[in-house]
Design a protein. Structure first.
Ligand SMILES: Nc1c(NC[C@H](O)[C@H](O)[C@H](O)CO)[nH]c(=O)[nH]c1=O
Ligand SMILES: CC(=O)[C@@H](O)COP(=O)(O)O
Length: 137
């Protein structure tokens, strides 16, 4: 059975709790197990949590879910750019799939609610990578 770690951002919690549920349901539907869930304050804080999970020997892949809704400034862009870059770094540095189920930037709350399924896509992507990636030599 594939074992996943899940990182869930608490910012915009009414939306991310739906995303957490979508992620757990997708894992269950695929016959995978989420052995550890780490809740972080916001998306910006996700890379360290993803790194800690990726270091656990039982974790095959990590899915990260969160929602960054536009405020009055470009701060949403700063958060998502930093998080996406550092999550990609974690994946390569730990040789472990880390998938991006983060919605935004440039997104309203209504658009965020329409995109909660992206959490399930992140889980499905993580499982696809676990089965498709060749073993390292
Ligand atoms: N505005 C959003 C945030 N902001 C918080 C940051 O992600 C971070 O928790 C804080 O700067 C402390 O390091 N986070 C989201 O997930 N979504 C937002 O819309
Ligand atoms: C990205 C956000 O939702 C928020 O933390 C920043 O809002 P603002 O751009 O109004 O400072």
């Amino acid at each position: 059975m594939t074992t996943l770690g899940l990182v869930v951002a608490q910012f915009n919690r009414p939306i991310t709790e739906q995303m957490e549920q979508e992620a757990l349901e997708a894992a269950h539907a695929a016959g995978a197990e989420v052995s550890e869930t780490v809740h972080v304050p916001g998306v910006y804080d996700a890379p360290l949590a993803a790194d800690r999970l990726a270091r656990l020997p039982e974790i095959d892949a990590v899915a990260v879910v969160g929602s960054v809704i536009t405020g009055d400034t470009d701060h949403d862009q700063v958060i998502t750019d930093a998080a996406a870059q550092r999550l990609a770094d974690v994946s390569l540095e730990r040789d472990t799939p880390v998938t991006l189920g983060v919605t935004g930037p440039g997104m309203s709350a209504a658009e965020a609610r329409e995109r909660v399924e992206n959490a399930a896509k992140a889980v499905d992507g993580a499982l696809d990578l676990v089965s498709e990636l060749p073993d390292p030599q």
